[in-house]
Structures are given as structure tokens and as C-alpha cells.
Design a protein around this ligand. Structure first.
Ligand code: ADP
Length: 230
């Protein structure tokens, strides 16, 4: 269970008048939910995700992950907390000098997993994302859709409870975008909570899942089987 409680986030940036990016946001996300957060550019979607990752601190309010208040976790413990959340970005963020296999294995090495575990898990996850035959390819040898599959494989390799996907289809054509969404749905069906931030109207309207709409930092809609309405 994730709970954003009365979140206010303002940036001052040395200006006398702070900009309020999130304004009294209260949101509960149940385990195994597939939630889309939609809204125009600048609505506050990324800021909301950064608050969950404890990359930003709220100006007021609290974020709970299970029963833990995320912003009270000591910085030395944050890497362990963040391992519960896999993140996928619009621009893939793969390491260019590592192969698909190595990019995925890297996340396991960082988490202190053994060579045996890595050799067992990486091929399985490559299979899951449909890239068993691309294990030895470098990012520049992969299409956008394939790069995003590697990024998703890396995000799930340590079996996180939650996947955050921030505009994961932003650099993809509609066909590849839809393949990525289907993959996120499959991962959700296997038991992982998915939080998808997007402004892709067609994807939202076809998903038929819960949609939270942000407008200038406020939740203006929260629909169980939502459509993209702004
Ligand atoms: P979205 O993901 O919906 O496009 P963001 O959360 O990235 O929205 O940004 C919301 C607003 O917060 C924007 O107006 C943006 O300029 C502002 N913002 C984001 N990060 C910062 C920052 N570090 N300092 C100042 N303003 C910021």
C-alpha cells in the first residue's frame, strides 16, 4: 500500500514567491494496482514519483510505503528502500558500453547478488521481456522498443514491489508503445504494482484501468476505469 497524505510540494529556487507544484494531493495505491497518472506537461506527475522515491521531500504532508514514512528513512537506508521500486524512464537510461545482459546484471551486482543468481535470473527476465536473442546486443544495436524492454528487465530484475514508468512510451512509435504497455500489464498480472505516468491519450483510453488526473498540482479526477479527459 502506498499512501500520499495531503502532499504539498513547493519549489522556492531563491524566488520570493514559491511555486506550488503539488497542492494537497491525497492518493492511495493498493498492492497490485495498475494506476495511470495523467496530466499535461508540468502538471506534477514526475514530482509525485520523485516524492515516492524519496528523491524529493514534501513541503508538507507524508508519503507512506506500506507502514513506513518514506521521508523519515535515513539516507544510508534509502538504497534498500529504493530497491522495492523499479523505475523506467522515457529515455531508457541504459549504460551504452554494456550489453543488454550486462545492463540487467548490473542492477543485481549493485544489490550484492551472487554470480549464480545473476546467471540464473538474467536469462529468465530476458525471456520474459522477449529479448532472449538480444542478450549480447549493445544499446546502439537495439530499436527504441527493444531498449525500453531492456530497461524494464533491469527495473524488475530485483523483484521490486512496484514499477514506476515515467512516460515510458514517449520516444516510441504507437506499435512499440503498445508492446511496452502490454509488457507492463503482464508484469502487473505477475503481481507487481505499476504506476504509469503518461500523457498518451490512446494508451489510457485502451487500458481501462484506474486513471488519476493531475491538473496544476491537484488531483481533479480519479476514475476506476478511466479515460483521458482534460
Ligand atoms: P510533469 O511530470 O507532469 O510534466 P513535473 O512534476 O516534472 O511535471 O513538474 C511540475 C512543475 O514543477 C513544472 O512547472 C516544473 O517546472 C516544476 N519543477 C519541477 N522540478 C523543479 C525544480 N527542481 N525546481 C523548480 N521547479 C521544478
Amino acid at each position: 500500500m502506498i499512501f500520499f497524505e495531503k502532499i504539498v510540494k513547493s519549489y522556492t529556487n531563491n524566488h520570493p514567491a514559491p511555486t506550488t507544484v503539488l497542492d494537497d494531493v491525497t492518493l492511495t495505491i493498493a498492492p497490485n494496482e495498475f494506476l495511470s497518472v495523467v496530466g499535461q506537461s508540468g502538471a506534477g506527475k514526475t514530482t509525485l514519483l520523485k516524492l515516492l522515491l524519496a528523491e524529493e521531500h514534501p513541503t508538507a504532508g507524508s508519503v507512506f510505503f506500506e507502514s513506513v514514512n518514506v521521508h523519515t528513512i535515513p539516507s544510508a537506508r534509502l538504497p534498500y528502500y529504493r530497491r522495492k521500486i523499479g523505475v523506467v524512464f522515457q529515455d531508457f537510461r541504459l549504460l551504452p558500453i554494456k550489453t543488454a545482459y550486462e545492463n540487467i546484471a548490473f542492477g543485481m551486482e549493485a544489490a550484492g547478488r551472487t554470480d549464480e543468481e545473476i546467471e540464473e535470473d538474467v536469462p529468465q527476465v530476458l525471456e520474459l521481456v522477449g529479448l532472449a536473442d538480444k542478450a549480447e546486443s549493445f544499446p546502439h544495436e537495439l530499436s527504441g522498443g527493444e531498449k525500453q524492454r531492456v530497461a524494464i528487465a533491469r527495473a524488475i530484475i530485483n523483484q521490486p514491489d512496484v514499477i514506476i514508468a515515467d512516460e515510458p512510451t514517449g520516444n516510441l512509435d504507437p506499435l512499440n508503445a503498445w508492446e511496452i504497455i502490454k509488457l507492463l500489464q503482464k508484469i502487473n498480472e505477475l503481481g507487481t504494482t505499476v504506476i504509469l505516468a503518461t500523457h498518451d491519450k490512446d494508451i489510457i483510453n485502451s487500458l481501462g484501468r484506474r486513471v488519476v488526473t493531475l491538473e496544476r498540482g491537484k488531483i481533479v479526477r480519479d476514475d476506476k476505469q478511466g479515460r483521458y479527459i482534460l
